[in-house]
Design a protein. Structure first.
Ligand code: SPV
Ligand code: MN
Length: 620
């Protein structure tokens, strides 16, 4: 049957107006596969958007809360994070992606997902909506179409992405768009996905289409978020730009100067909190496109909202987020603790932990245990909130700038208890890409399913999202900066360094000082101490910054503990990374050269100065 006979006349007119036959056939095909009982097509109008918002509540996918505009959603108890095991790149026979990228034979994968999706929307309404990745009408724009049966997913996308109907209209039949097909599948009475064992997220590069079934958790379902990243990384690799798992922010320097940086951190390692540091300007907290425009590297936030981790947010440390989460305005909470009076609570929220409530495990009370005897926390550690950035008081004026912002620096940070210093600048672009970005490791967190606290390799914090071989991705990064007129400076940060007793060596707020140091280094204001691994701050500069920025007395002993070069740990790290890359294909020769050089430098320093080298000792 043709699309005209499958949707209402009003909705058909919306599609017809876009004059894109590929889009028409795509929608028509999936009505046939998914077999919904009705179809709703949103043309991004205020009334269509409102319909989605209202339906999410009407159907019980979201519950209205006490505060105006707030709603809460729950994912199934076993559906609380990205499912790495069942997220696969569909790869044609013989294509190489390497062991760290989960793949499945394309023909088999398509067969499986089509069989799972066959009739999966029976009895449900199918929503078709249009968004744009990156600012609209810009070199960054990628139009997208999302099919889903989850009003919660569609509602999230309204807050997180720029509406795209106009962009489709503008690009007409030449639009090269991404396609997302999602179904939460059969639902339990509590409106969570029932068939979790058939949860699948399959990414088909050939058709630039992602399929997601039997899941609701945002990272598995919100097409334009992590699903689009795989498509965009693939496209970017062919076209010579980058899609990074990065925040974009403006750091304020002296006399109001704003310097833009991007930053990559694995999930739950401080990316959102860095982008939201008070006094600085946020452009984005998760995903950036980097393009060269007239020889200059510029970045744009792919999104316009935040799907942030809520754990730990309190009025003192995160006042901007706290304000948004406790005042009227559009907010979707997911997997927090819902209280009887329509308010919510999460781990780290101000005040006492409530006695009881309702959470991702159902009715919850203090001390409740799961079937394995583990205590269930009031909210899931990966519980999240969705808000639009436009409502934040710290949002930068350039959020929607079609040209993005110039990138002065790139920051890489992981969860590292024993190796890297809190902040360090790489010698140059290539050294930084290799020793900071490509060597990024992080101790695992709750953002993906699996064991926490294990050190894992995560180049550029982008490993989970790569759809090209790691080696090729690293080479693309090297070439991208080399060809720029003035490559950004590269920095490594580590908010999680501990002493021998396992205590953190820094406070959360110290990161603001590292950012201010970074800003000054980018603008050539300060000199630094050379180490075998890069440049670290001078004590006198940090002392001053701690005083000015945080009103804190910063002692020589603190500096010494934080910035002591842990030589053996650093040598081990280089060896681990070399070993990983030696197993991969397409790795640029420079990577091995730079890492071997770094190891030699460390060994030489060790011979002269020992295993732990104070930052007060100059190493020539
Ligand atoms: C992350 O885990 O990196 C996130 C949340 O930003 S998710 O949408 O799950 O990817
Ligand atoms: Mn992320």
């Amino acid at each position: 049957m043709s699309l005209k006979n499958l949707v209402s006349a009003r909705d058909f007119a919306k599609i017809e107006k876009l004059k894109n036959s590929e889009l028409e056939s795509f929608i028509e095909k999936f009505i046939g596969v998914l077999k919904p009982s009705s179809v709703f097509i949103s043309d991004s109008s205020a009334s269509d958007i409102d319909y989605i918002r209202k339906k999410a509540v009407e159907l019980g996918e979201e519950k209205k809360l006490k505060i105006e505009g707030h709603t809460a959603h729950f994912d199934n108890y076993s559906d609380q994070a990205r499912d790495k095991a069942n997220t696969k790149i569909l790869s044609p026979k013989g294509a190489y992606l390497g062991a760290s990228i989960n793949t499945k034979d394309r023909d088999e994968g398509l067969k499986e997902i089509y069989s799972i999706m066959d009739g999966i929307m029976k009895g449900k309404e199918m929503i078709v909506s249009f968004y744009c990745l990156g600012p609209v009408n810009s070199p960054f724009s990628i139009p997208c179409v999302q099919i889903t049966d989850s009003f919660y997913v569609a509602h999230n996308e309204i807050l997180l992405y720029r509406q795209g109907y106009e962009e489709f209209l503008r690009q007409g039949s030449s639009a090269k768009f991404f396609k997302f097909v999602h179904s939460a599948g059969e639902l339990l009475p509590d409106m969570t996905s029932k068939n979790i064992e058939h949860r699948r997220i399959y990414i088909d590069m050939e058709e630039e289409t992602v399929y997601s079934a039997n899941t609701q958790y945002g990272g598995n379902t919100i097409g334009l978020k992590k699903l689009a990243m795989r498509l965009a990384i693939h496209r970017a690799s062919r076209e010579g730009w980058l899609n990074e798992h990065m925040l974009v922010m403006g750091i304020t320097g002296d006399s109001g100067r704003v310097t833009y940086v991007t930053g990559a951190f694995p999930s739950l390692c401080g990316k959102t909190s860095t982008s939201m540091i008070e006094g600085e300007k946020i452009i984005g907290d998760d995903i950036a496109y980097l393009r060269k425009i007239n020889g200059e590297i510029r970045a744009a936030n792919v999104e316009k909202g935040m799907f942030g981790i809520i754990q730990g947010i309190n009025s003192k440390d995160d006042s901007i987020q706290w304000d948004v989460l406790t005042n009227p305005g559009e907010v979707i909470f997911s997997n927090v603790l819902l209280l009887r009076d329509g308010s919510v609570f999460w781990i780290g929220h101000n005040g006492e932990i409530p006695q009881e409530g309702f959470n991702h495990s159902g009715r919850w009370f203090r001390g409740k245990k799961d079937s394995a005897g583990r205590e269930i926390p009031p909210s899931h550690p990966n519980a999240r909130f969705t808000v639009s950035l436009d409502g934040l008081k710290n949002v930068d004026d350039n959020l929607h700038n079609p040209e993005g912002v110039p990138v002065g620096g790139v920051i890489y940070g992981g969860r590292d208890s024993d190796t890297s210093v809190p902040v360090e600048e790489a010698f140059d672009w290539v050294h930084g890409i290799i020793t900071k970005g490509a060597s990024l490791e992080s101790e695992t967190t709750a953002a993906t399913l699996g064991k926490e606290g294990v050190r894992s390799f995560n180049p550029m914090s982008n490993l989970d999202f790569l759809s090209i071989p790691v080696g090729r991705y690293i080479r693309n990064n090297i070439l991208f900066g080399q060809a720029a007129d003035k490559p950004p400076k590269i920095f490594g940060v580590n908010y999680f360094l501990k002493d021998k007793n396992g205590s953190f060596l820094n406070e959360r707020r110290d990161k603001k000082v590292w950012l201010k140091w970074i800003e000054k280094r980018i603008n050539g204001e300060l000199d630094a101490v050379p180490r075998p691994t890069g440049f670290i701050p001078r004590y006198k500069d940090l002392k001053k910054l701690f005083e000015v920025v945080l009103g804190k007395v910063y002692g020589e002993d603190e500096y010494e503990k934080q910035f002591t070069l842990r030589v053996n740990e650093n040598i081990s790290k280089v060896e681990r990374i070399l070993e990983i890359y030696s197993q991969l294909r397409e790795v640029p020769a420079e990577l091995f050269e730079v890492l071997k050089q770094q190891k030699d430098n460390l060994i030489r320093a060790k011979l002269s100065f020992g295993d732990y080298i104070s930052p007060f000792i100059e190493i020539s």
